[in-house]
Write a protein that binds this ligand. Structure first.
Ligand code: ADP
Length: 271
């Protein structure tokens, strides 16, 4: 028998009266779980044949000089499209794993400063020819309780999006800070910005602010859905601020209970 899932809503009237409504959402929850499992299984099954196809296409691309130009173009396009599909399947598998992993890895520690510096370095390397200025400021040295793999996916998606949606020469500012409520990651760019009507729906799978603008960005449309679910697993939430034509800021908030002091270096004999 499945666990009973109830959604409870409490309304207050005056000083003493309360209305409690309990709704049985067990079936809805089961259907949602079936959908997740189905997407995860299909993605897994598709990965193997696609890897074989991509492998053969790569061999053909490597031997492009021996092929007539018309064939070469067709093969290059097929190779490009199959690597897009591989990226999509990788993200679908990642998302279904993150969605099912309820509050995973609470006992492992991640160094957010080191992680963010590393991702920014990768972003600089990738966007070298676009002359973006990418700066990173780490104002709190504590560790974060959480899964490094999941946090890496979330932070990379935000930072690579900032690069993708900022024209050449723009500025991307990444900052990690903490106050008495908790820790905050801000990824701010001077890019194309987002119309406010789209903001509430941006973390839905495959939702795009303006599909016509995104033909060439090469994204999978799952990046912000991944960010949202990683934050749910870490008791955090995402705030989005943006002005069209001026830029965007994505802020991840983590509760203070997730911050842990770095343990002091052990004192070695002779020190
Ligand atoms: P995609 O693969 O399309 O980038 P995401 O889930 O990562 O998918 O983002 C969803 C949509 O949010 C994007 O298609 C884009 O419209 C918008 N978006 C995300 N990040 C930014 C940003 N930094 N600046 C402007 N628009 C953004």
């Amino acid at each position: 028998r499945p666990h009973l899932r109830l959604q409870i809503q409490i309304s207050l009237f005056g000083d003493d009266d309360r209305l409690v409504v309990a709704k049985d959402v067990t079936r809805l929850y089961q259907l949602e779980q079936m959908r997740r499992d189905f997407v995860g299984n299909v993605s897994h099954e598709m990965r193997t044949p696609l890897t074989v196809i991509s492998g053969y296409l790569e061999t053909l691309v490597d031997h492009g000089d021996e092929l007539p130009p018309k064939w070469r173009r067709a093969i290059n396009t097929m190779a490009e499209q199959s690597s897009r599909m591989e990226a999509l399947i990788t993200d679908l598998i990642l998302l279904s794993r993150i969605e099912t992993g309820e509050h995973t890895a609470d006992d492992t520690l991640t160094d957010p400063g080191a992680l963010l510096r590393q991702i920014c370095q990768d972003a600089r390397t990738l966007s070298r020819d676009q002359d973006h200025e990418i700066s990173v400021d780490i104002a709190d040295a504590r560790l974060l309780k959480g899964d490094e793999g999941q946090l890496r996916s979330a932070f990379s998606n935000l930072i690579f999006n900032a690069v993708k949606y900022t024209p050449a020469g723009g500025r991307i500012t990444v900052s990690w800070s903490a106050n008495r409520d908790g820790a905050h990651l801000s990824v701010k760019d001077t890019g194309i910005g987002i119309d406010p009507v789209h903001i509430p729906r941006l973390t839905e799978r495959f939702y795009r602010a303006d599909p016509s603008r995104h033909k060439d960005t090469g994204g999978t449309g799952l990046g912000l859905a991944i960010v949202k679910h990683v934050l749910i697993n870490h008791d955090g939430n995402l705030e989005i601020r943006s002005h069209i034509g001026e830029g965007s800021e994505f802020i991840c908030h983590f509760p203070k209970e997730r911050l842990v002091e770095k343990s002091p270096e052990p004192i070695r004999a002779g020190d």
